[in-house]
Design a protein. Structure first.
Length: 161
């Protein structure tokens, strides 16, 4: 009889340990699953942040410079650029918004001065920007974030060119 009780207690202990081990495995799996879901949502949030921030930055710069003839497009470096002109007495300062080596860049220079795209100021990660002039005052801008997702938005300038 004594042997039977020991065997029973051994089974009880093994059952409790198996239950505890199963609970630990389930807990680790839930943590791993939660971390994976969190990482995916964080990646999506970062991609959306890049897209919204780049679009908002470009729109705000264009709206701030919206005077007659101050906004145009050009080729700068390897791609398209938005060219914003400001007149100061007898000189004109031009702000270029462009993509260079995976980033939205901005540079200011006096008119007719040669500048290099690599000397611009980094704004945010961006893979590409294409600009189409739909009409005299409507620009269609395609921006591609660092993940390769493309967004299209329009900028309507108020001033007449």
């Amino acid at each position: 009889m004594n042997e039977s009780k020991r065997y029973r207690h051994l089974i009880d202990i093994v059952f409790i340990l198996a239950l505890l081990f199963g609970f630990a495995i389930c807990a680790v799996m839930m943590i791993a699953l939660g971390a994976n879901i969190y990482q995916k949502s964080l990646d999506i949030s970062n991609e959306n942040f890049e897209m919204r921030t780049a679009g908002a930055y470009i729109r705000q710069k264009v709206r701030c410079m919206d005077v007659n003839g101050a906004i145009d497009t050009c080729k700068f470096g390897d791609g398209d650029a938005i060219m914003l002109s400001t007149d100061y007495d007898s000189a004109t300062c031009i702000t270029y918004l462009y993509v260079y080596e995976g980033a939205l860049m901005e540079i200011n220079a006096w008119e007719n001065v040669d500048i290099s795209p690599k000397s611009g100021q980094y704004i945010i990660d961006m893979q590409d920007m294409d600009i189409e002039k739909e009409s005299d005052n409507i620009f269609k801008i395609f921006i591609t974030n660092s993940s390769g997702d493309t967004n299209v938005f329009y900028i309507n300038t108020i001033s007449k060119e």
